[in-house]
Design a protein. Sequence first.
Length: 335
Amino acid sequence: MTIFCSHCHRPLQAEMSCLPTRAKQAPSAPRPFRSTKSASKARRDQINAELQALRSLLPISAQEKERLSYLHTMALVCLRLRGAQLFPPGLALPAGPALGTELLSLLPGFLLVLSADSKLVYISENVAQVLGLSVVELLAQGDTVFDILDGRVGEDVHKKLLLAREEPGREVTFVSEMRTSKAFRLQHGGNRVVAVCGRFVALRWPPSPSTTAFLALCTPVVQSPTDGEAASQDDVFQSMHLLDMTFIDVTESVTYHLGYHREELVGQSWYSLLHPEDADLAAAQHRAVALGAGAGPAAGTAVLRVLRKDRAWTWLRVWARRDGGCITCTCRCLR
């Protein structure tokens, strides 16, 4: 059956243009929460006002506040919140700012506090003297300790922090390059090598992840020469090893650095000199060099502790490479 239009009396299938425009368009569903430009601007203004309020509460100078971006503001706020959770006002030490600044100037490095999940909780202001970056600039790298360290040692550092967390009070030490300012890298040819020595401490009883912090002192060590840069014989010694890292030869300068004579080391294993906590890192370097699995010269580089003849530990920056059926190591002492 054909239906005819009541206006023009023609079949509806043949012509629809005669219908009024409003009749052809279905009414749209109401949008009770429809976004408008004015509503978006109001939300942005509210967010900006909240960020300004948070920025005003930060214990930094007005000049520093003016330079803070929104990202830096939120990073600092998160840092302060983590600090307030670990160190409630009741636990704060009665030390004034002047005393704190004076004490910091006497330290050989800067202080670092981490939460149980490796989040940054506190970085002392004198970090700028070591890395050339302020606390705010360092936080721009990220909010965990792994964000400010050389990524190549991330797995080793994670293992050591896990070990320290499982045994509160046990001191662990690791050495890594830390991110620095562009000016520092241009002047020194790279990032700075820093020794991190610390332990987990339970701040309240009973201990729990939310009340446990890793307290550490980060001390800069002597910059090592970059790859390809020649070093004098007074600064380094070299050793040759079988593929299992047994000494087959070593330069006479080893006596100056470690106290051993060449004859005492030939036939001994490299691993007999290593600190137990650095054995995993040394083994990883050994595998990468022996199997040729490393990507570039950096893969054969590690910072390790070795035992001197006087039973003291010393840090070495070790460059290793495979020469046929042998492994050659170039070692430099870090003081």
